[in-house]
Ligand binder design. Structure first.
Ligand code: CUA
Length: 310
């Protein structure tokens, strides 16, 4: 059943969402009705059989018929609920044949997506509308959870194993991805956007990768890449304390590193730090938790252009 987004459920953005919502609403009303009945009988009994002066309590004996009834009837309900829930679970667990496969790597604190072409993007992906997409998920460090509320899809990213989830998006536009498993300081900033686009735009994206928007200058593009690649979850731009060095006044800043060496923030340092964050760790940070990024030199140039303005 198609529902309007409400305080309980967000907009249905995939073909399987309605089925999940029907199950949810069924379990919800099932629980509401039975809670009302059970609490109702309890309240009635509390009032009706309360202690009163002059009335002696009569011990309750055994009632076989009643006991069989309250065992067998709920059993049917439970079996039905299990069957219904399992059916929907299986629909959402087994990907449709021919689904586009996207590798998802979770790492503190960003999502990396890899297409069958080998192209990798961070935090903002495109997928084609009305085509099944299967996400094969893994984690590089701790437990995370890949959660796409609009598609009613959620799957844990577990270190040391693969898990997967799939759906067919049926509405063009953005879908929000959250991390639904607490994974450390910037857990709440571990976000991504899935942009559902038409097939032509998706093919173009696969071929050309990410470039600046039409008319966007390098600084503006770099600024966009800063949030898009989730740099902002660990690097502030206002000098406030964050898990990584702030970008405020970063350009040309002298730094000393944990290995005792010193250097200055320039193009080569920035490039190396993005591609190999372990290489030089600023001494006030002891270790790095930053994952290596695979982004193009053009994108690095744009980020550098943006850094220079801070
Ligand atoms: Cu990743 Cu929470």
């Amino acid at each position: 059943m198609t529902i309007e987004p409400n305080y309980q459920l967000p907009q249905q953005l995939s073909t399987g969402a309605a089925e999940v919502d029907d199950l949810y609403m069924f379990v919800y009303w099932f629980s509401v009705i039975f809670t009302a009945i059970i609490v109702g009988v309890m309240l009635y009994s509390i009032v009706k059989f309360r202690r009163r002066p002059g009335v002696k309590a009569a011990p309750v004996g055994h009632n076989l018929k009643l006991e069989v009834a309250w065992t067998v009837i709920p059993l049917f309900f439970i079996v039905f609920l299990f069957h219904y829930g399992f059916k929907v679970y299986v629909h959402n667990a087994v990907a449709q044949e021919g689904a586009l496969e996207i590798r998802v790597r979770a790492q503190k604190w960003r999502w990396e997506f890899e297409y069958p072409t080998g192209m990798r993007v961070n935090s903002e992906v495109k997928i084609p509308v009305n085509k099944p997409v299967k996400f094969v998920i893994s984690s590089e460090d701790v437990l995370h959870s890949f959660f796409v509320p609009g598609a009613r899809a959620k799957k844990d990213a577990v270190p040391g194993m693969y898990s997967n989830v799939w759906f067919t998006p049926n509405t063009k536009g953005p879908m929000q991805v959250f991390c639904a498993e607490y994974c450390g300081t910037s857990h709440s900033g571990m976000l991504a956007t899935i942009n559902v686009v038409d097939d032509a735009e998706f093919q173009k994206f696969l071929k050309e990768g990410e470039g600046p928007e039409p008319g966007e200058d390098p600084v503006a593009w770099g600024k966009r890449l800063y949030t898009k690649n989730a740099c902002n979850t660990c690097h502030s731009i206002d000098g406030s304390k964050s898990p990584g060095p702030t970008w405020k006044g970063i350009w040309g800043r002298p730094e000393s590193f944990v290995d005792g060496s010193t250097g200055k923030v320039d193009e080569n340092y920035v490039r190396e730090s993005i591609l190999k964050p372990q290489a030089k760790i600023v001494s006030t940070f002891v270790t790095t938790q930053m994952p290596p990024y695979t982004i193009s030199d053009k994108q690095i140039d744009a980020i550098i252009a943006y850094m220079k303005t801070l």
